[in-house]
Design a protein around this ligand. Sequence first.
Ligand code: SF4
Ligand code: SF4
Length: 383
Amino acid sequence: MKKEIRHIALKSGAAKVGISSVDRFEGGPASMNPGYLLPGARSIVSVMLPLDGEIIRAYLGKKDHQSLQEHETAVYAKLFDICKEIAGALRSGGFKAVAVQPNLDYRFKDGRKYRRIPFVWRQKMTDWLSSKSGRVSASLKKVLVQALYEKTADYTDWNLTPSFSHRYGAVAAGLGSFGWSGNVMTPEYGARVLFDTVITDAIMPSDPMMEDAPCDGCRICTKVCQVGMIHPKNEDHVVIGRKRFTHAKKGHNLRCILCCAGFTGQDRHKGWSTWSPGRITLPDNDDTIVYFWNSFVKSNLWKHNYYSKCLSDLVFHSDYGFIDKPYDRFRTTCGNCQFVCWETREQRKVNYEILTTGGEVVEGPDFSFKVQKPGAPPTEGLC
Ligand code: SF4
Ligand code: SF4
């Protein structure tokens, strides 16, 4: 069976494929449990595809945003297709199998209160709250948000546990090893790779895990994060298949969400930004970040501004998943820690230089944005 699965994956276009039995995940965090999506799971199949280097560098250097967004979506879609093919073959062989969504698939959606409000109403409500309105209706919206937000938000675990972590799957299946950033690095492409996973009750022997980590500790990943998500010194650990992996102590996941969803594109580092014109300043201490987030939502959701647009777009992100999200409701803004981390230190240094000299994205009228290159007139685009 294993040989057949490998053959299907590679024939369907996977760059790499690996298999792990579920015992390698024993004792791990919740997102390492394949039984959440498939009770009785016995093995996982991890599939990898690389991202194009030229497209990444054009993105990092603020030359071309759209190509990266389309490319990333297409690679995720391809991975999901490969995984559906593998899952189909396993099911034809009489096994149970689930092809896992490749990104934006979090367990908080299982919350009872979350499900109770149908998506279409949740979306209509956030769109209405953030729409243009006069002074009276804005005041009404404000009262409504202040009264209702806590009631609908208290079910959400903002640490966002994925249904299954493709990174843990990839490391267990021997496709790569953790870099300091916590991203999975491969010897062939560094961290500029994406993964997807099939979970099955078929019993298959595990592939060997990677012996040597490709990360050389350059810490460039810590310097390209505008919100201080990746600690430069403090460590954290995870055990997979009895092997202990070390990576950076990470900040609260809301830090990354606030950056990637566009609320801030420049916080810790001046002179350059992500692809977001947002400029909110995050608290230094993670103990207050959930309070900060809730207060921020309550004071912005009822306004018609860039931030309320980000908030109502966020509802789309969480309900559609990465592949099916509508383009006009989603914009990749960061990913820097992954995109700079190529296989050699020389390449990473070049990427850092490209990012930090590429200019800043600033807000224009009506949710447009401008790329402000040092010493050049701004170029415009739609937010
Ligand atoms: S940027 Fe450097 S330190 Fe960070 S994960 Fe990559 S190789 Fe490791
Ligand atoms: S994706 Fe961006 S915000 Fe998130 S950890 Fe990486 S660099 Fe930081």
